[in-house]
Design a protein around this ligand. Structure first.
Ligand code: FES
Ligand code: FE2
Length: 454
């Protein structure tokens, strides 16, 4: 835990707080064996868009390490330490061969697993290559993203397939935005539903829809894979329940960005699947897919062509525009990056609306300490068909206010019951999970709506 600084209780008291407290090293730092980095390294992480990698290697940084990713001429992917084991030349200038990457300087050839395959300047019979490995990490491509695993080689996890990767009729469009700040403050934004009311609606203009400006009833619930927020709002005769999903440690799923709560919708699914992957302690990437599906984009606002390298199709996700323009109409990027290169937890004053952030830090601390104690990190359980259930959704129910019932209490109850249906029960490991959740939500909607009509 980080020691909290005392409240400042003096007017014009800026002078009194000149001492700067330290960072929350345990949760934020990711370089050179830092605890959070050690946790994150135990999971497959996306590193680049497949479209970024041509027929020459691509240099990148991850966990503070300089690396290259490349594709052999046979089509196999590899991640290698950037600097050649011989005398340090950057393998960004390496030439891919059929079975590896050849350093340009003296021709050493490295396999995708780091094996030194050739040291052509040495006399025949040189045994150096039989003893030496170059640093390498497992790598694979999936649906337009390149993933790496950066943890111990004796416990490479299966590549997890979440149900949101495989939703009928859904198109996944890869995108990536670099943030010049620590990974955790970027990830925390997903569990901060209050900022949607203010930053995204009331303080500047409606980034998404006016419905977002209604302060929701908020709850935060642990799931088998992490946690969700539950926001419940009334919009005329409808109640909109929305959950963003955090899949530990650094995957997040967000619902339909432009949802407006106008049309009834049980269990509308994912609009964004995105990891926050650390480049180093003070930079990270939001990288993943925007989902394009009629259910999550019924008004056709999203634009595939606006998603890709350093761009995504909704407001405020990057350093676009002049600084002054962004001062007048700030977005997520401005709010998050300017929390400092690494947000200082000891200087925060957390309140009611930060409950999600507090819970996320608690779950993270628990998992970081497990790994630090030498335990296996928690991993998601598969269900039949090899898919892992996820919990992000937008559900809009046609339930008008009920005479004589406090509407905030009604919203709270609806949020609670919808969340039980979405997260609990045997149907979540069954092949017909999606249909069952929809049916149960519709049954519940009918029951409560009939009370309202009575
Ligand atoms: S520096 Fe790479 S082969 Fe010599
Ligand atoms: Fe936001």
């Amino acid at each position: 835990m980080v020691a909290q600084k005392q409240f400042l209780t003096t007017a014009y008291g800026g002078y009194l707080k000149q001492e700067t407290p330290g960072e929350n090293v345990e949760l934020t730092h990711v370089e050179r064996g830092a605890p959070a980095g050690e946790l994150l390294r135990r999971y497959w992480q996306p590193i680049a868009l497949t479209s970024e990698l041509g027929d020459v290697p691509l240099g990148f940084r991850m966990f503070g390490e300089d690396l290259v990713v490349f594709r052999t001429t046979k089509g196999e992917y590899g991640i290698l330490d950037r600097h050649c084991s011989h005398r340090g030349t950057s393998l960004e200038f390496g030439l891919p061969t059929e079975n590896g990457l050849r350093c340009c300087y003296h021709g050493w050839l490295f396999g995708v697993n780091g094996q030194v395959l050739e040291t052509p300047g040495d006399p025949p019979g040189s045994a150096l290559k039989d003893r030496l490995f170059h640093g390498a990490y497992p790598c694979r491509e999936y649906k337009g993203l390149i993933f790496g695993y950066f943890g111990p080689p004796d416990s490479i996890p299966e590549f997890p397939i979440f149900d949101s990767y495989d939703y009928p009729g859904d198109k996944l469009v890869p995108y990536c935005v670099t943030y010049p700040c620590n990974w955790l403050q970027v990830q925390e934004n997903v569990m901060d539903p209050a900022h949607a009311v203010f930053l995204h609606t009331r303080v500047t203009f409606s980034h998404f829809s006016d419905t977002w400006g209604e302060l929701p009833v908020m709850d935060f619930v642990e799931t088998p894979t992490g946690m969700i927020y539950v926001t419940t709002r009334r919009w005329k005769d409808k109640v909109w329940v929305r959950s963003n999903d955090i899949i530990m440690p650094n995957l997040a799923q967000v619902g339909h960005i432009w949802e407006d709560g106008q049309d009834a919708k049980p269990f509308g699914r994912v609009g964004i699947t995105r990891w926050t992957t650390p480049i180093d302690n003070t930079a990270c990437k939001v990288i993943g897919w925007r989902h394009f599906h009629p259910e999550v984009n019924p008004r056709g606002i999203g634009k595939e062509e606006d998603c890709g390298l350093e761009k995504v199709d909704f407001y405020g996700q990057g350093a676009g525009g002049s600084f002054e323009e962004r001062q007048r109409l700030p977005g997520d990027y401005d709010a998050i990056v300017t929390q400092r290169p690494i947000a200082l937890h000891a200087l925060e004053h957390l309140t009611y609306c930060d409950k999600g952030v507090v819970m996320l830090r608690k779950l993270l601390r628990r998992d970081i300490r497990k790994v630090a104690a030498g335990e296996e990190p928690p991993r998601s359980a598969l269900r039949s068909g090899g898919l892992i259930p996820t919990y992000c959704h937008d559900t809009v129910l046609a339930i008008p206010p009920i005479a004589g019932v406090d509407d905030l209490e009604l919203q709270e109850e609806i949020g609670r019951r919808v969340t039980e249906i979405v997260t609990e029960g045997d149907h979540h490991v069954a092949d017909d999970r999606h249909e069952t959740v929809r049916r149960l939500l519709n049954e519940y909607e009918n029951t409560v709506a009939s009370q309202a009509a009575a």
